[in-house]
Design a protein around this ligand. Sequence first.
Ligand SMILES: *[C@@H]1O[C@H](CO)[C@@H](O)[C@H](O)[C@H]1NC(C)=O
Ligand SMILES: *[C@@H]1O[C@H](CO)[C@@H](O)[C@H](O)[C@H]1NC(C)=O
Ligand SMILES: *[C@@H]1O[C@H](CO)[C@@H](O)[C@H](O)[C@H]1NC(C)=O
Ligand SMILES: *[C@@H]1O[C@H](CO)[C@@H](O)[C@H](O)[C@H]1NC(C)=O
Length: 763
Amino acid sequence: MSVIIIPLATYTTKLWLLFALLLVLSHYRACFSIAGDTLSTGQPLSVKETIVSESGNFVLGFFRPGTSSKIYLGIWYNDFDVKDFVWVANRENPLSVASSSRLELSEDGNLLLLEGSSKTPFWSTNLALPLKNSTEAALGDDGNFVLRDSSNQNTIFWESFDHPTDTWLPGAKLGIDKITGKSKQLISWKNSNDPAPGMFSFGLDSDRSSQLILEWNRSQEYWSSGFWDGKYFSIFPEMGNNKISNFIFVSNENESYFTYSISNSSFRSKFIMNSSGEIQQLAWLTGPSVWNPLLSQPTELSDVFSLCGAFGVCHENSPSPCECLEFFEPFSIEDTRVDDWSGGCVRKNPLQCGKEDEFMQIKNVKLPANAKEYTAVNGWNCEVFCLNNCSCTAYAYNNSGCMIWEGALLNLQQLSYDGGQHIYIKIAGDQHQSTKGNKWKVWVIVAVLVPATGLVLCLFSIWFLRRKLKRKGEEVSSNDLLSFDFNTELHAINDGTNTKENLKKMGKKDVELPLFSYESVSAATKNFSAANKLGEGGFGPVYKGKLLRGQEIAIKMLSKGSGQGFEEFRNETILIAKLQHRNLVRLLGCCVEQDEKILIYEYMPNKSLDFYIFDPIKKKMLDWDARIRIIEGIAQGILYLHQHSRLRIIHRDLKPSNILLDSEMNPKISDFGLARIVGGNDTQANTHRIVGTYGYMSPEYAMEGLYSIKSDVFSFGVLLLEIVSGKKNTGFNKNESLNLLIYVCCFYTPTSSLCSSLFNLNT
Ligand SMILES: *[C@@H]1O[C@H](CO)[C@@H](O)[C@H](O)[C@H]1NC(C)=O
Ligand SMILES: *[C@@H]1O[C@H](CO)[C@@H](O)[C@H](O)[C@H]1NC(C)=O
Ligand SMILES: *[C@@H]1O[C@H](CO)[C@@H](O)[C@H](O)[C@H]1NC(C)=O
Ligand SMILES: *[C@@H]1O[C@H](CO)[C@@H](O)[C@H](O)[C@H]1NC(C)=O
C-alpha cells in the first residue's frame, strides 16, 4: 500500500486526503472481499474474503457444504439464491481451521491452499513455472479461475476449466488429452455434504470416439449419448444442440474434446453430474434465480449402475430407491441419511463357507451385473455348486442355465412389474430357516407362534414384576427414567427391523424394552402436572416429559377405567417395539406399576396433522410441498406396515390426529392400540369388535367387521382427501349424509341416483 502513497505525496493535499480515504475504504472492504477479481503475490485470501469476477457473475471463496464442518475453496454463482458450487479446489482434502486457512501465491508463483503454520498445502497448482513471483490468479466472468503471467495476461499457466469437478460450464472442455492420456471429466460429489469424488463420472468415451458416456467407478459404462455426427448424438440427440446450447467437437493430434456455447449470452447453463448418477443440464433464462432442468439422463434412477452399492437393492419408482437386502445392514448409516448408498451394505453375520450357509430367495429381480455361467443340469446342481464354492455369493437358475456371482452383488434391482428372475443369495446359516420350498411354513410359524409367545411372555413378565414388587415392598427394580440415555441404550435393543434375532427378541426379550419406575415417570412429568399435559388420546391422557439430559419424551397413560386398556397396551407394546421406520412413531419404553400402564414415546414437537389441516390459519403453514411430503411419508409408513415389516400389520385407526409431525414436519404414524398382526399370506381377517373412528372406516369393516390391509388404504384415501381439501370428511356439510367422500364421488359421477337425489339435480 505504501507503494501507492509515495507518488501521491507530490500532489495537492486535497488529492492526498481523497486517496487516503480511498485507502481506508479499500482496507475496510478487504474484510469482506478482496477488491476486484485478482489475487496477487503477498495478498492471501482468507476464509472471510472472496474474489468476484469482473461483472459479478461468479465468486471464489471458502465454504462449508451442507451440514459439514469442513472447509473447501470453491467457485459459485454470485446471484443465485442457493449457493451451487461449480468448482471445488480441495475436494479430497478439506481444511478445518477457519481462522488460519488461506489461499496464496507462493514464492515460485503457484497457488497454495494453506492452514496454520504448516508448509504442506492442502491443495496447490503444483506447476514448474518459468518465471519467479510474477504470476497472478484471476476469476473470469465465465467461471474460469486462471493462474497467469501478471505482466502478460494472455500467458495462462493453469485454469480451473481444465480440472472440472462435477459441473461443466459453457466454454470449458470435456475430453481427453492425447499426450498425457489424462481425461477431463465430471465426477460427482460423494453426497451433498461431501464434495469428495463419488462413484459416477461423465466424459468422453475414449480418445478415438465421439460419444459421451456415464460410468460407475470410472469403469462400468451405464449410459451413452451415441456418436456425434457433427450436429447430433445418435442415441440421445437432445443433448447436443438444443435451444440453449451448441456443442462443438474437436479432435486433433493433441486432444479430443467437446465444448459448448450458449445460444444467447443472457442465458446461463450448466451440466452437472449429480451424486445419484444422473447427468443433468440446467438452464436459467430469465426471471427468478432458480435453475430449470432441461434434461436428465438416465431417465430412471434404476438405470444408474449400482446406485445402491454392494448388496443394496434398488426399487423402481420409489422416492427412496435403495434398501439393504435382508440380513445385511448399511455400511454407513451416516451416509444413508443423505441418500448416499455408495458404501452399499454389509453382512450382519459372516458366511461360514460350507454346509452351514443357506440361500435366501429374492423374486422378480433384474439380475446383477458380472455373472459367471456354469453348466448345471438342474437348479439343485447349481445351488450345490454355489454352496461348495466359497467365493460364490449368489446363484440363479433357469431352463437355459446356471449363473453364479462372486464377491459383491452390484446393481440388483427389484422389479415392480413381472418379467424378472429369481435369485438365491447366500447367507450365513442359522438366521434363516427357509429355503425356497418351505418359505410359507415359516410364515405360518411366524404368524402364529410369535404373536402368541409375545403375548404370553409379556403377560408373564408383567405378572412377575408385580409379584416381585409385592414381595419387595416399594423397592423398585425398573430403570430410572430421568437419568436414562435413550440415544445409547436403545441402540442395543432396537437396532433393526427384520432379522430373526429381532423376532427372537420380540418373543423373549420383548420385556427388555426398557421398563421404568412409576416414580421416575412421575418425576419426568412434574407429577403429571396439567402444564405438562399434551392432550387426551383415545385411551387416556398424554403428557410431555423431560429427562436430565434434556431429551423430551411423550408419555401416554392408559386410563384405569377403560376396560379396553390392557389389551391395547399389550398390543401396542409388542407391536411398536419391533417396528422401526422413519414414518412410525418410536416407542422408547414402558412402565407397568401400581395398576398403571404407561407407554413412553419419542416426543413430536409439532403435534398432529389435524391441528394444521383443519385450522383456517395454521393450514397456511403447510404449503403443497409440505403436504406432498406428508402424504408420501404416510404412504411409506403404511407400505412398511403392510409389506416391508416382517409381520403384516393393519393399523385400523389411520386419521389425522394419529399422524404426528416431528420438528421438520415429517409425518409419523402413531397409536397402534387397534393394530392387528395378520399372517404373511393372509391379507384379511374378521372381528366381532368393531373399533376405529367413524368416517375413516371402510364400509365392509364398519358393517361386517371385515378388515384387511385395504381398510387402511381406505382410511388413507380419506386422509388424502382431507389433506388436499383441508376439510373434515364428517361434518363436511350440515347435511349429515353428504360427507367429503360422497361429495368427491359425485364430482365424477354426478348423474348417479345417490348424487342426483343429494343435489336435487333431477329437478
Ligand atoms: C518479487 O517480489 C518482490 C516484492 O514482493 C520484489 O521486491 C522483487 O523485486 C520481485 N522479484 C522479481 C524477480 O520480480
Ligand atoms: C472401483 O474400482 C477399483 C479399481 O479400479 C477397485 O479397487 C474398487 O474395489 C472398485 N470399487 C468398488 C466399490 O467395486
Ligand atoms: C436474448 O434473450 C433476451 C432476453 O430473453 C432477448 O431480449 C434477446 O433478444 C435475445 N437475443 C438474441 C440474440 O436472441
Ligand atoms: C436364462 O439364463 C441365461 C443365462 O444363463 C440368460 O441369458 C437368459 O436370458 C435367461 N432366460 C430367461 C428366459 O430369463
